[in-house]
Design a protein. Structure first.
Ligand code: C2E
Ligand code: CA
Ligand code: CA
Ligand code: CA
Length: 272
């Protein structure tokens, strides 16, 4: 009964109970959001700088939830719940499908036909047995160039380094999909996977970029990541680039790829 249910929770403090109830509510709504088509993708440009010329080479797909009452909700408020409840699997599939659809649209646009899309992949989603076949089918069915799809993984997913992980990543690489390590340097630090995995890109987390002009530790970390990139022949992209000063500093350090408010906030595809 309801009474009994209430008693069972009485060990918890009311704040915690409220948090749990909000989470349950959120996950219920999120479950329906996919079918109700309330999810949308924003895209943020990724820039290549050479000889002071900035070109868009791709975008990162960033999910939003257009809630009927609450308006646009940030992924920071629902990705965790989606991961805990397993909803990240259908949600992540939706993101991949939508991204491929967008690549198809851009194929017909002379200025955008070479753009790639970077998609965030959560660990739970990646660990599913059918993850490779999902990607494979999407690419084949829609006849897109595999190297236009870039998958962003976190270090925590990679350090597991199981046979399954390695095989799956090798298969994705063979397919032509490119791989990026998101938030590089913020996870459990092990560089061992760099020599084992076919990776294309390191993404410097914005927490290292923010104070790069004033904090010598951050400067050194970024310098180190750029040097790792050079030695392993990887592209390195700096995230959270907000000002010209940040951009210029990073260029002078040898960084060529950028993402941040300086070049554009995440927004719907139509604004590009
Ligand atoms: P992330 O992958 O590290 O994405 C970068 C975040 O930094 C984005 O936040 C982006 O809007 C923000 N950002 C970009 N440039 C700047 C800048 O110059 N300054 C500042 N202050 N912020 C900047 P967003 O869109 O709120 O996404 C937050 C996180 O949610 C993402 O972090 C990612 O971990 C997760 N996420 C977003 N979309 C997806 C998705 O489709 N699937 C999964 N699994 N996770 C997603
Ligand atoms: Ca990302
Ligand atoms: Ca990131
Ligand atoms: Ca992040």
């Amino acid at each position: 009964s309801k009474e009994k249910g209430r008693n069972r929770y009485s060990y918890f403090d009311p704040k915690l109970q409220q948090q749990i109830e909000e989470k349950v509510e959120l996950s219920k709504e999120l479950r329906k959001a996919i079918d109700k088509e309330e999810l949308l993708l924003y895209y943020q440009p990724q820039i290549f700088t050479k000889n002071s010329i900035n070109d868009i080479v791709g975008v990162e797909a960033l999910i939003r939830w257009n809630h009927p009452e609450k308006g646009i909700i940030s992924p920071n408020l629902f990705i965790n719940v989606a991961e805990e409840t397993g909803l990240i699997v259908p949600l992540g599939k939706w993101v991949l499908k939508e991204s491929v659809k967008q690549l198809k649209i851009w194929e017909t646009d002379a200025t955008k036909k070479n753009w790639r899309i970077s998609v965030n992949i959560s660990q739970k989603q990646f660990e599913r047995d059918n993850f490779f076949s999902l990607i494979n089918t999407l690419i084949k069915k829609n006849n897109i160039e595999a190297n236009k799809l870039r998958l962003e993984f976190t270090e925590n997913l990679l350090i597991k380094n199981t046979k399954e992980t390695l095989e799956k990543i090798q298969k994705l690489f063979n397919l032509g999909v490119t791989l990026s390590i998101d938030d590089f340097g913020t996870g459990y630090s092990s560089l061992a996977y760099l020599k084992q995995l076919p990776i294309h890109e390191l993404k410097i987390d914005q927490s290292f970029i923010r104070d790069i002009l004033i904090d010598s530790n951050d400067y050194s970390i970024v310098e180190t990541i750029l040097s790792i990139g050079r030695k392993f022949n990887l592209e390195v992209i700096a995230e959270g680039v907000e000002t010209n000063e940040h951009h210029q500093m990073l260029v002078s350090m040898g960084c060529s790829y950028f993402q941040g408010y300086l070049f554009g906030k995440p927004s719907i595809a139509e604004t590009f």
